[in-house]
Design a protein around this ligand. Structure first.
Ligand SMILES: [Zn+2]
Length: 240
């Protein structure tokens, strides 16, 4: 694992698009111990404390987003293969998730699978550009089924990693599910604390089409329950 210091520019507010999730951030004054149970689904994200934003069980979806300037403080580069050589922020993921991802990749490698990591951390600004690109190409409604509005991407939490394989040309496509790597991920990711965050036939709950490549770190115990009971993170947390 490699410690990375992101340039602070990456997380700075640019305010170039004021109608997108740009409400001012108010941190709760109470900085005491708070756990996931304190999350209130009716509370806007503005009231989340730093501790809550860093919780590995933080729910990010179409309603609940991250502040524009949220950048995880412990991003590192996991020692796993990527299908590109550039030193991009998308190689990064939070420390605890990186250690788990390394274990997962080691096990997959032991089983002769050809797994690659494709995309991890993504800044607010980068997501803003990606969403705008999809809207331009397909219109807002279609865009929002496959891409998140800025502040609403799990990739900004540093807890998500998209994985792929040579068999699908390193693309992030549904057919990844049918590859040996995709099959293995589906069955084994939970042992390492990862879930398939947008499962098949759960679009009504998650708001997103099936993404067999998008792994979200939640920790081993929650992942085990979510996997065994066929839940979404929303259902597991009772936010559904
Ligand atoms: Zn993803």
């Amino acid at each position: 694992m490699k410690l990375i210091h992101l340039s602070t520019d990456d997380g700075k507010m640019k305010n170039k698009n004021d109608d997108l999730d740009s409400a001012p951030i108010k941190n709760s004054i109470d900085k005491g111990e708070q756990s996931q149970e304190d999350f209130d689904k009716d509370k806007p994200w503005e009231s989340y404390t730093e501790e809550q934003l860093d919780d590995v069980l933080l729910l990010i979806d179409k309603e609940r987003g991250l502040p524009k300037d949220y950048v995880p403080s412990d991003l590192v580069e996991p020692n796993v293969p990527f299908p590109f050589i550039e030193e991009l922020p998308q190689r990064l993921i939070r420390q605890e998730a990186a250690a788990a991802l390394e274990d997962l990749f080691k096990k997959a490698n032991d089983e002769n699978l050809n797994l690659y990591a494709q995309s991890g951390y993504r800044s607010y600004e980068r997501q803003e550009n990606i969403f705008a690109y999809y809207v331009e190409r397909t219109g807002k409604e279609k865009a929002s089924r496959v891409s998140a509005n800025a502040g609403h991407s799990e990739h900004q939490t540093g807890l998500a990693m998209d994985v792929t394989s040579p068999e699908v040309n390193f693309q992030l496509v549904t057919s990844f599910e049918d590859t040996p790597e995709g099959q293995w991920i589906k069955e084994n990711a939970a042992q390492f604390g990862f879930i398939i965050r947008y499962p098949k036939d759960k679009e009504k709950i998650t708001g997103y089409q099936y993404e067999p490549w998008h792994l979200r770190f939640v920790g081993k115990e929650p992942a085990k329950i979510i996997h065994e009971q066929g839940l979404t993170l929303e259902e597991y947390l009772g936010f559904e």
